[in-house]
Design a protein around this ligand. Structure first.
Ligand SMILES: Nc1ncnc2c1ncn2[C@@H]1O[C@H](COP(=O)(O)OP(=O)(O)OP(=O)(O)O)[C@@H](O)[C@H]1O
Length: 312
């Protein structure tokens, strides 16, 4: 658990993070959103002490982060940034091994960890281990950046606009992979983004920053249904509200008994994407299949329309 308690950062007279208090539960994804300059990066960087707070406390599993030695903080907290920050003159394997080497792991353990992460991120070791960053595509570099952040098996992963530089297709895949890896490893992730779609797709809870203040912190549905301020409402976008509701849950959660005609929709698809598929194919229902490819029922236009409506 990460407890951020009355944390403030000032630069001269400028208060960039103002008395923020929030608790982040283990094994969850928290996404920090807000306008440019609202203090998101500063808040994130106070967790791993790349930025020292002016006042307030941050506790990691009950322990003040100022009491944790630097090397231990780097082991416990991975950090991945936009543009990945890979070392250009080190190979992929050397980049991933950075923190384990700093921590003095044995060579065999480092090799095993690098091989495991390359496999996890679908980068064939034969092809990629000895390449240099400039010999990779942007999406591959981004995966190496996240693999490097996870190398020392951190409980917590901080991510600052990690997918900002990726094209929309690679970006969607990267988001999907991140959630799969997060579920597998149980990592607590705190991610900063400008992209509300990304926030709704990834977040268990969303934190909204406005001019240094935390104006709302809650599950995505709560932000849509009960925006705390006009700013949150604007950020969500009035015309987007029904679609945001549908983007939070999967088609599997809206499954109804019965059959339907035409191409099936996977249960893991978001309800928003299922709606798009129904509209585009001109159907009022489609079969839903589970992860094993077996039909589990159907999804209907009526059902989705009801789910998109404001809840009273
Ligand atoms: N080292 C610094 N010295 C002085 N001011 C700083 C420093 N670092 C950040 N700031 C200021 O603090 C404010 C918040 O910056 P921060 O990077 O946290 O915002 P952000 O919400 O992450 O913005 P963006 O979305 O544009 O990355 C900005 O006004 C910035 O200019």
């Amino acid at each position: 658990m990460i407890e951020i308690d009355g944390i403030t950062k000032r630069y001269g007279d400028n208060i960039v993070v103002n008395n923020v208090t929030m608790t982040i539960n283990p094994r969850t994804v928290t996404v920090i959103v807000g306008t440019s300059g609202s203090g998101k990066t500063t808040l994130l960087r106070m967790i791993n002490r790349l930025v020292e707070p002016t006042s307030g406390t941050i506790r990691l599993d009950g322990e003040d982060n100022r009491a944790v030695p630097g090397f231990e903080l780097r082991r416990r907290i991975g950090y991945a940034i936009q543009g990945h920050g890979l070392f250009p003159h080190r190979t992929v394997a050397e980049n991933i091994a950075t923190v384990p080497v700093l921590l003095g792991w044995e060579t065999g353990r480092i090799k095993a960890k690098v091989a495991e992460l390359l496999a996890l991120f679908q980068l064939d070791p034969e092809t990629f281990a000895d390449r240099f960053p400039h010999e990779l595509s942007g999406g591959q570099q981004q995966r190496v950046g996240v693999a490097r952040a996870l190398a020392a098996e951190p409980n917590v992963l901080l991510m600052d606009e990690p997918f900002g530089a990726l094209d929309p297709i690679i970006r969607a895949k990267a988001q999907e992979d991140l959630l799969a890896i997060q579920r597998l490893l149980g990592t607590t992730i705190i991610l900063v983004t400008h992209d509300m779609e990304e926030a709704f797709y990834l977040a268990d809870r969303i934190a909204v920053m406005d001019k240094g203040e935390l104006v709302q912190y809650g599950p995505p549905a709560e932000l849509v249904e009960r925006p705390a301020t006009d700013f949150v409402e604007t950020l969500i976008g009035a015309t987007e509200r029904p679609f945001r509701m549908l983007s939070i849950e999967t088609a599997g959660a809206a499954v109804e008994p019965g059959d339907a005609q035409g191409a099936a929709i996977a249960a893991a698809t978001t309800q928003r994407d299922a709606l798009a598929e129904l509209l585009w194919s001109g159907r009022d229902a489609a079969p839903i299949i589970g992860a094993d490819g077996q039909p589990i029922g159907r999804i209907t236009l009526d059902g989705l329309v009801r789910r998109a409506a404001r809840r009273r």
